[in-house]
Write a protein that binds this ligand. Structure first.
Ligand code: MIG
Length: 742
């Protein structure tokens, strides 16, 4: 694979250390290894005389307390911490990462190591026989990425398939796992990047490369995938608690064309007693697609509409695109031009491109001054009562330029490191979402923002949740949403989900029923569909499908206390909300191959129906636990496949023995009313425990300790409760116990 022009970094000429940073001056470049934590190392390499400024959008933590490390030099240089033994050979320089006990995790490939080819930088790494790959952010291909090639270049592709190498999000974070050895590599380069994860003839190496820039990667060692993911979250940051209503069911369509239509949809939900918290305004609410405006004819009184919705228990979320109509009579455009907020062409003059409003100018979101200017425009929407912002088209999509985005030579600020779109493309959407988040926080300091984004880069969890863009109303796309969201969840973004029912194409009743059943267990639960497609609201396909949708949307609300626990875990420890089987059962080898089931938290095993006409399916029950069928309460032993019945109104669902699931009575929306009674759904095992997290659901007071954690244990038919944290005055007056072992 290595072409003759590839130039490896070569042999070490001299080296020195200062503190926990080792600098190697090599034949063809410089290498710097920094010890950040016992299990986290950073490696940088450049061909230039010196490293560029140390700046990254992804990285949230730049200061690390000094770690105890033994650094020795002899024939090789070694670094020893409590978790890692790093061995650096001198001629040529190659780096090997081993666990403290000597087990090799990963190393530079002997023949090539890291180096350059033209402007590209590249790392050839050793691949071992039983190694599996996960992570890599939002990707539609196979669950285990071994043997695949994937590209990080944010792309708006409404026709994307299982084979698409690049879609909307770039998170170049790779997780490797094999029995007894786990590591992660975060390749922090915002240029177009490609991971070739073993699509090579010898199958003994894999290749990480970027089109330009420095090599800059972080190596995470861990005793488990959990520890690797936590290390990554330490570096790139964790999500905030969203407003609690964002856990509810959400209804969207491109577009509800008028306030009257929105109100009609809202009334239908209440009339039909289908729970729902959020309705969306897609692009047609705007005046000629001008962001931060309303169409005066079709949405004449947005404040009144939102008040009416509020009285019925609904929130409204509006879409915002980055393209600003190039129209000097329009305030956002005029103000932005006056203040120099938009991107310019290299030769001067505004850069313009076509999107929905026609000819547009585009804010340079990589400029902090521009982000501070963009944020306050949201006031116009918040003032009339809008509850959250949906950031779309921020790859950015630009229709009239090659590649569907802006030309690569457009200059950007990159937070004071002037560069071109080549380097900023993958962080354009990230910085739009960030401007939105920071704007919302500045406008309502103690209210949790709700921001959605389509495009993103590593670290996006600090600013926004991610939805997976334009899928299609196809069974195969329902199926792919599981591995896609599992890998995204493992990549630091626990709050994610796909358009329920599918966006492009026409849904069918059966597909909507099955997709709503599955979607009810995804962190983000929103039904959405494209312009000109068939109606896709839960009632669009007749009584039978409507009943199925109602049943599962309602179950979602009954599980709200359990879901909220999981959001708390995600906020506290970067723990995925939907989890692959191997997250909970790493010693069960079969779980690594299962991509058509997932765990919701530690206790619920969800096995969606992914085929038309299917009325039963095989479900793999992980080993080391017994499982209860949620519907029949029948108990099965783990480590086997069972056949689960699945008539149209049944989604196979299993509960891990030993779980206490906090639930609540059915409700129509989350709203402000606190929950007075918690149902503890008990599935006895050898040890039976559960817990409940509570806070006010809307402010940041939980950050200052205003939350309550109550632990439950069940033994001999008796419940023990233990209040571990009591910072929030719980509204719960009563626990109602439901013992399912009977
Ligand atoms: O060019 O706003 O992914 O959810 O409905 C299409 C219209 C633009 C793409 C989004 C989709 C949204 C649509 N948008």
């Amino acid at each position: 694979m290595a072409s003759s022009q590839f130039q490896s970094v070569g042999a070490i000429k001299t080296w020195h250390k200062s503190g926990n940073v080792l600098d190697f001056d090599c034949e063809h470049g410089r290498v710097r290894v920094a010890i950040l934590r016992d299990g986290i190392m950073r490696v940088r390499a450049t061909r230039a005389r010196d490293f560029g400024p140390d700046f990254s959008y992804a990285v949230a933590k730049t200061k690390w307390p000094k770690v105890k490390a033994a650094i020795r030099s002899g024939k090789v240089v070694t670094i020893r911490t409590k978790k890692l033994l790093v061995t650096i050979t001198k001629a040529p320089l190659r780096i090997e990462f081993a666990r403290a006990d000597g087990t090799v995790l990963n190393s530079d490939e002997r023949a090539h190591g890291m180096g350059w080819e033209g402007k590209k930088c590249r790392s050839y790494r050793q691949l071992v026989a039983d190694e599996m790959f996960f992570g890599c952010g939002e990707k539609t291909g196979q669950f285990n990425k071994r043997g695949s090639k994937t590209v990080f270049w944010n792309t708006d592709d409404p026709n994307h398939t299982y084979l698409s190498e690049a879609i909307y999000v770039s998170i170049p974070f790779l997780i490797s796992t094999r029995p007894g050895a786990h590591y992660g590599i975060f390749w922090d380069n915002t240029h177009r990047t490609q991971f070739n994860l073993g699509q090579v003839a010898d199958e003994k190496h894999y290749i990480l490369e970027s089109d330009a820039g420095e090599i800059d990667y972080y190596f995470f060692a861990g005793d488990s995938v959990r520890e690797v993911v936590r290390g990554y979250a330490r570096l790139t940051g964790r999500m905030w608690m969203p407003p609690q209503w964002a856990l509810g069911y959400q209804q969207c369509r491109w577009s509800y064309m008028s306030a009257a239509e929105i109100m009609d949809v809202a009334r239908n939900f209440r009339k039909r007693k289908i729970p729902c918290d959020v309705i969306y305004c897609d692009i047609d609410y705007m005046d000629g697609y001008r962001v931060f405006t309303w169409n005066p004819k079709t949405f004449p009184k947005p404040r009144k509409m939102i008040q009416d919705l509020g009285r019925m228990g609904f929130k409204l979320v509006t879409i915002i695109d980055p393209g600003v109509k190039n129209d000097n009579k329009y305030a956002v455009c005029r103000d932005g031009r006056e203040k120099g907020m938009f991107l310019k062409k290299p030769e001067g003059g505004w850069f313009t491109g076509n999107v929905w409003p026609g000819e547009c100018v585009f804010p340079d979101f990589t400029n902090p001054r521009v982000r501070e200017w963009w944020g306050p425009w949201h006031k116009k929407l918040l003032d009339v009562g809008v509850a959250g912002i949906w950031n779309d088209m921020n790859e950015p999509a630009v229709w009239n330029h090659p590649g569907g985005t802006m030309p690569l030579d457009i200059p950007h600020d990159y937070d004071g490191h002037p560069t071109t779109h080549e380097r900023t493309h993958n962080v354009y959407g990230f910085n739009m979402a960030r401007a939105c988040h920071e704007g919302l926080r500045a406008l309502r300091p103690n209210q949790r923002p709700f921001a959605i984004t389509r495009s993103a880069y590593a670290g996006i969890q600090r600013y926004s949740m991610v939805w997976t863009g334009d899928n299609q109303s196809l069974w195969e796309q329902l199926a792919v949403s599981i591995p896609e969201c599992l890998n995204l969840s493992l990549s630091g973004v626990p709050f994610c989900g796909s358009d329920v029912g599918g966006f492009g194409g026409n849904c069918t009743g059966e597909l909507l029923a099955r997709w709503t059943q599955a979607g009810a267990f995804f962190p983000f639960f929103r039904n959405h569909t494209a312009l000109h497609t068939r109606r896709q609201e839960p009632w669009a396909f007749g009584r039978k499908v409507e009943n199925v949708c109602r049943r599962y949307i309602s179950l979602r609300y009954q599980l709200l206390p359990y879901f909220y626990n999981l959001f708390h875990e995600a906020t506290a420890n970067a723990t995925p909300i939907m989890r692959p089987l191997f997250w909970e059962f790493p010693n069960d080898p079969h779980g690594y191959a299962v991509d058509d089931q997932f765990l919701l938290g530690a206790s619920l095993l969800v096995a969606p129906i992914l085929k038309p006409g299917a009325r039963q399916r095989a479900v793999y029950l992980p080993d080391a636990s017994d499982w209860y069928d949620y519907w029949t309460k029948q108990k099965h032993t783990g480590g086997q496949y069972v056949t689960a019945p699945a008539p149209l109104d049944t989604l196979p669902l299993f509960v891990r023995a030993g779980s206490i699931i906090p639930m609540t009575k059915p409700m129509e929306f989350i709203g402000r009313k606190s929950i007075g009674e918690i149902i503890l759904d008990i599935y006895p095992g050898t040890k039976t425990t559960g817990y409940l997290y509570e806070d006010d659901g809307e402010s940041f007071d939980y950050e200052r300790g205003a939350y309550t954690l109550t632990h439950f244990a069940w033994a001999n038919g008796k419940l023990k409760t233990d209040k571990q944290k009591t910072g929030y005055k719980s509204a719960v007056k009563k626990y109602r116990v439901r013992d399912n072992s009977a």
